[in-house]
Every structure is written in C-alpha cells, then in structure tokens.
Ligand binder design. Structure first.
Ligand SMILES: Nc1nc2c(ncn2[C@@H]2O[C@H](COP(=O)(O)OP(=O)(O)OP(=O)(O)O)[C@@H](O)[C@H]2O)c(=O)[nH]1
Ligand SMILES: [Mg+2]
Length: 311
C-alpha cells in the first residue's frame, strides 16, 4: 500500500487512538498482570466502543496468552492484542466483484446523514479506477435536493445517473436505472437511497421492495447491499445494522467518518457481534477518501504505540 494511504489511515484514526485508546499505552507498560490490571484493560477497551463481545474475546485471548507464557512482557501484550484484534476484523470472504455477464448492482442504505450519497460517489470513483463504466441511481426521491447533490458528483465523475421526480416512487427509479444499466452496457450500477430510521417498519419495507425491483430487471441483483454506518455514533450503529440486515440482507458495511470519530473501535464490534464484513471506510470528505477496508491499517491506527515506560 502506498505510504500516503498508510498516513491517511493513521491520521484518520488519531482521535480514536488519542481519546479512547490512549489508556492502553500505559497499560502496555504494566509489569504485573493483576486482577485490577485486567479490569482496567477491559474498561479501556469498552470505552473505545469495541462492544462487550469483542472486549470479552480479546481479554480472554490475552489471559490465555499470559498464562501460557507465564510472564507477558508489555510489548508482547501489545502484539498479542494486535493479533487478536486483527482476527476479529479479518474476513476470509472476498467482496463480490463485477464480471462481464451483466451489470454489478450495489444498493447503498442507512439511516439519515450517515454518508450514503457521498459514499455512492466515492464508490463510483473506486470502480472507475478499475476502468469500469459506472451508472448511478438516485433513488432518494424523498429529500428535495438529494438528486442535485448526486448530480454534482456525477459531473465530477463524468458519468451518468438516473433520477426520478421529487416525491416519486423510488422503486420506479431503481427499475429505470436497472434497465438503463443493462441497455447502456454499464459494468456497475450504484443506487443511492434515502435515509431512513431503522425503527420505521414502512420505510424498511420500502427497501425490501427496491431490492425486489432490482432483482426483477437484473437476475441476481443486487450483488451487494452496503450499509453506511456513521463511525461517530458508536454502539448505536449496531442496532441499525441489525434492523437493516433483517430487512434487506446487508452484505457489508461502509464505516464512514472514521476521521471525525473518537469511537472508531466500533468496527470491531460490527465485525464480531454482527458477523458483517466492513468493506470500505470513509476517511474524509473528498472524492478519494473512501478506501477499501484494510484490517492491518485499521488495527494499527487504533492501537497506541508502547509508552516509553513499557519498553
Ligand atoms: N469527515 C467525513 N465526513 C463525511 C464522510 N462521509 C460523509 N461525510 C459528510 O457527512 C455529511 C452527510 O453526508 P451524505 O453523504 O449527504 O449523507 P447521507 O447519508 O446521504 O444523508 P441523507 O441522504 O440526508 O440521509 C456530508 O457533509 C459529508 O461530507 C467521511 O468519511 N468523513
Ligand atoms: Mg443522501
């Protein structure tokens, strides 16, 4: 990975690292692993929004490692924790990728303001980098200016989009966009949807319908349903993920706004408690600031270095 990307990850996770994970640095320096020590470590991990399940499995793993090696040196503790964290976010499955047989369809969903529209544009950019022809579907017909926002991105991306009149049926947009993707020989169709509360039954049912409409026009579509979670909202993102997964079968998560979050550890909770892979992360507001998820960069960005006392 180019150096610039590594720095972007580290820079973006600075807040989480400094605000919530910094306590770990002094814990890494501990000489004696007492009961109070393990409690402190667990508290620090919980505060970083890793969620109870991930915390438990990390602590259990570390205790095992400690008992196996009798004395666990501070630097060994850091690398054991790093290894366990990596295991929690490393997914064996590979994200589905477009093939030549038909357009690859991606449905982007999430609650209000999480970063869906921005992510749609940036995802388009990532696909364009592979030389793929990308069409956007503006199925957020609910918010008046939504298609204008997407249209501005479309201009910058030098691509096309299919939109409907404000207030019109988003299902019709998905239908037209899917047909246009087929007839225009597009490689990828990315559909933006309106923000919706995961607690609203009707709005979740509407998403299910969009899913069905896409499948009607393009057999097997959508290939991916990406849930955008705002990285600043911490554990609340988990409740959202559960509801969206129930309604539309989310295939992966886009963790946006990691750069403005002090609770970036939530990615570990998403991976371990929901069993959902994180596919992309948002590390800024620019067109090039959506990156494919990289477990090593993520974990290294979260963990503070050893404090000098621990060396
Ligand atoms: N710092 C930062 N800001 C982001 C990121 N992703 C999105 N944003 C900002 O978050 C705000 C909301 O982004 P949108 O893409 O409009 O969110 P949305 O989910 O489409 O919103 P609704 O359609 O209203 O539900 C914008 O100001 C974006 O610039 C990110 O990764 N980092
Ligand atoms: Mg939007």
């Amino acid at each position: 990975m180019p150096r610039v990307a590594r720095e972007l990850w580290s820079e973006s996770l600075r807040r989480t690292r400094n605000a919530t994970m910094s306590r770990l640095a002094s814990l890494f320096g501990a000489r004696e692993l007492t009961a109070a020590y393990w409690e402190d470590l667990e508290t620090a991990l919980i505060q970083a929004d890793l969620g109870p399940k991930a915390c438990r499995s990390l602590i259990d793993g570390l205790k095992r490692a400690a008992s196996e090696s009798a004395v666990l040196r501070a630097d060994a503790l850091r690398s054991a924790l790093r290894q366990s964290m990596l295991e929690l976010v490393s997914w064996a499955d590979v994200a589905p990728t477009p093939d030549d047989s038909r357009p690859h369809v991606v449905l982007v969903v999430g609650v209000n303001g999480t970063g869906k529209t921005t992510s749609v544009a940036r995802l388009a950019r990532l696909h364009q980098r592979f030389g793929r022809k990308v069409l956007l579907g503006a199925a957020d017909t609910f918010r008046a200016a939504a298609d204008e926002q997407l249209a501005r991105w479309v201009e910058r991306l030098e691509t096309e989009m299919v939109a409907g009149a404000p207030g019109s049926d988003p299902g019709a947009v998905v239908y037209q966009a899917s047909e246009a993707a087929l007839s225009g020989a597009y490689d990828v169709l990315i559909i933006d949807t309106s923000g919706r509360m995961h607690t609203s039954h009707n709005l979740m049912a509407e998403l299910e319908k969009l899913h069905r409409v896409a499948a009607k026009v393009i057999q097997g579509a959508p290939d991916e349903v990406l849930l955008v979670i705002d990285g600043t909202t911490g554990q609340n993102g988990l409740a959202q993920a559960r509801a969206f997964t129930k309604a539309v079968g989310v295939t992966g998560v886009i963790l946006a706004k990691l750069d403005s979050s002090a609770r970036g550890g939530v990615g570990l909770a998403i991976s371990s408690e929901l069993g959902l892979p994180i596919r992309y992360v948002g590390l800024g507001e620019g067109l090039d600031d959506l990156l494919p998820f990289d477990p090593e960069r993520y974990v290294d960005g979260l963990l503070p270095e050893l404090s000098p006392a621990g060396l």
